[in-house]
Write a protein that binds this ligand. Structure first.
Ligand code: ZN
Length: 122
C-alpha cells in the first residue's frame, strides 16, 4: 500500500464523525510541513481541487481558524477538535483543499513517502 497508484477515492472524517468527506487524492504526493500550524496539528497533507473533494456532512460542525494573511481556512470539528481538512484559494482564485491524510480511512500515513516541507522558512 505504499506504492503510488495515482489518485484514488478515499473516505475521510473527524474523530466523532460529524465531519465526513470524500476526496480523490494521490497518496504518492503528500507533505508534512514544519510551519507553526502544521507542526502543532500534526498534519500530513495532500492538496486537491474542488472537483476532487466532496464534503458529505458537517459543514455546520466546522469551526474556522485563520491567521496571518488569512488565505487559508484551517477548519476543525467543534465537537472533537480534529482538523480533517482545510480550504482556501490559490492566487488566481481557484478553490483548493488541503486534506489531512491522517483522517482518511484505511490509510497509514506513516507508511507513505512523505515530502518534508520547510514552511517555517517561507
Ligand atoms: Zn468531530
Amino acid at each position: 500500500m505504499t506504492e503510488s497508484t495515482g489518485p484514488a477515492t478515499h473516505q475521510g472524517s473527524c474523530h466523532c464523525g460529524k465531519v465526513r468527506f470524500e476526496a480523490k487524492v494521490d497518496l504518492g504526493n503528500v507533505i508534512a510541513c514544519n510551519c507553526s500550524i502544521c507542526s502543532r496539528s500534526g498534519y500530513v497533507l495532500t492538496f486537491v481541487g474542488q472537483d476532487a473533494f466532496e464534503l458529505k456532512a458537517g459543514e455546520d460542525a466546522l469551526t474556522d481558524y485563520q491567521f496571518g494573511e488569512k488565505n487559508i481556512h484551517h477548519l476543525f470539528c467543534a465537537t472533537c477538535g480534529v482538523r480533517a481538512f482545510g480550504r482556501g484559494t490559490t492566487k488566481d482564485g481557484t478553490p483548493m483543499f488541503a486534506v489531512n491524510v491522517r483522517c482518511l480511512e484505511g490509510v497509514d500515513a506513516d507508511s507513505l513517502n512523505i515530502t518534508r516541507m520547510d514552511g517555517k522558512s517561507l
